[in-house]
Design a protein around this ligand. Structure first.
Ligand SMILES: [Zn+2]
Length: 239
């Protein structure tokens, strides 16, 4: 009887252990699973046609052209900016804000080894970028998009510490990978649906050229781009 109970408990313990190891490995792979920290990657139920265009790695001189395009269609977007680039182009960051778009944190220096940083190092990257955004916007940003979409225990603990929210995406343009703007345009269009958070980078002419085709298409099909805070009903900045 005693052995029976022990054997049963051990099998149960082993099952739970294996399951948790499996989940941990799986969770660090895909930002959309949001296993380590709650991650917003789309809006499930929203008014028909609402999507959120997002732009990473700026600001850059290309941002100015993107802002002109967004203005022409009265679309709003979210820019996940790198702190270092904000220091180089603060006037472009102010244009983003003045035109009613949202700025989020994308780390201070976009380290290539971001997935291997310790919690303390992630916090430093977050805080350095927060300070610069605060100087421009006047408030602390609430949104963070991790470089390369990495979420792991260090990132989860760091965003808990800085009290920020992780914003992912579910429609990835691959505009830094695909060389041809026609292919990028067709890729985004093919997957497009209400509630999408669409990932672009405001760092190349290719993206500008893609938007010159995508924005009229969105308008024609009844889509409207809103900021991530608007789409998700969240606050973009701390009170
Ligand atoms: Zn990035």
């Amino acid at each position: 009887m005693l052995i029976g109970i022990f054997g049963y408990s051990f099998a149960w313990f082993l099952t739970v252990l294996l399951l948790s190891i499996g989940l941990t490995a799986w969770g660090s792979f895909d930002i959309r699973l949001g296993y380590f920290t709650p991650t917003f990657f789309r809006k499930k139920y929203t008014a028909e046609g609402r999507v959120a265009l997002t732009f990473d790695d700026g600001p850059s001189p290309y941002t100015v052209e993107i802002l002109q395009l967004l203005k022409a269609y009265q679309f709003k977007a979210t820019f996940f900016c790198i702190g270092k680039e904000l220091s180089v182009y603060p006037h472009i960051a102010r244009m983003i804000i003045n035109e009613g778009h949202t700025i989020g944190n994308h780390t201070y220096s976009h380290p290539k080894n971001f997935g291997f940083l310790k919690e303390r190092e992630v916090v430093t990257e977050l805080e350095q970028c927060n300070v610069i955004i605060q100087q421009i916007v006047g408030k602390k940003p609430q949104f963070f998009r991790p470089p390369f979409g990495v979420t792991n225990p260090s990132v989860a603990k760091a965003v808990q510490y800085t009290a920020q929210q992780v914003i992912g995406w579910n429609n990835r343009s691959l505009d830094t990978v695909i060389g041809d703007d026609d292919k990028i345009y067709r890729r985004v269009r093919q997957k497009l649906k209400t509630g999408d958070i669409i990932l672009f980078h405001d760092t190349s002419q290719r993206t500008v050229d893609t938007l010159k085709r995508l924005l009229p298409y969105l308008e024609k099909k009844g889509y409207i781009s809103v900021s991530v805070d608007d789409l998700l009903n969240l606050q973009a900045y701390e009170d």
